[in-house]
Design a protein around this ligand. Sequence first.
Ligand code: F6P
Length: 366
Amino acid sequence: MNIKRIGILTAGGDCPGLNAVVRAVSKNALKHGIEVLGFKNGFDGLVRNEFIKITEETVSGIINRGGTILGSSNIANPFKYTLAPFGSPEKPRDMSSVAIHNFKDNQLDALITVGGDGTLHMSHQFIEKGLPIIGVPKTIDNDLCATDQTFGFDSALSIVTEAIDRIHTTAQSHHRVMIIETMGRYAGWIALRSAIAGGGDIVLIPEIAYSDDVIVEQILARKAKGRTFSIIVAAEGAKNEAGEQSVSRTVAGSTDAIRLGGIAYKLSDMIEERTGIESRACVLGHTQRGGTPTAFDRWLSTLYGTKALDLVLEGKFGYMAALRGFAMTEVKIADAISKLKMVDPNGAEVQAALKAGMSFGSRQIG
Ligand code: F6P
């Protein structure tokens, strides 16, 4: 393929490793004599035609930096776009033709979109309108199917695991029940893996319905055995037996408007009331997405970025770089967005957690 100029954007919720992807793409592209335009704030930059020309200097020294030098947005959707300030009632318009015009006007030969589920859906819509796009999967939630792991997930795990370790010591001192709320949206990967790594006592995930009664029984059983504290790791999307989740707010215009959150506070009140044991909630929130990427995520992001540029050079548009085992491969974006990757309640990982003495606070499992 005769590629002279490409665009790159980072969209959706940010995560550690985005800069390492931008760096890997750009360094490889510049080596091939390809110009790189970095669009600002996800798809917003493509609609507004706001970009920077990436040079060697732009991407020098950023592999260890969290966030994204390009900025990101999880509300800018060119297909439902509003120019008005965030939160205003202006009706969204389809601005995809403006984005396509800007792509052509800048004489781009390809666009690399780095993002999660929402970004890949928008990328797919643009692919159907003829744009040559390559995707790179990103999210701390690790909920994208068609790739074994997204970058950002390992960094989030290490942050949550460290938090569990720290909470452990204060729970021990005060003989409390501590509930740590993690992100993860509709999948329980962050909560489950960090609870395993941090030695949590009870883990609550969206894939396995929990019961207040079982949680209370287990805390009292631990107390009867002489354990004076308990650690609960609750995914923000965990569901009770009635299928209820805690929603903290809705974000108009976002590809997924629901923002989950608040389960830790609800559980803390319930546990204190029913067991008489002092309880505290700790919501880790956006700390899970911030700061330095782990060595693994820097490595993974570099592989993703390198593969994405290879796919551009091969002209394999409509594909996304994907990890299978420890090697890079590619999958069609259309296939990657067909469903979310969830924890298998009957899988080996849940079994391992149970065998290590962890509970899912559930009547179904354990
Ligand atoms: O998808 C990544 C994620 O961090 C989720 O884990 C979380 O539910 C959501 O984004 C939070 O989004 P926002 O940045 O809009 O608060």
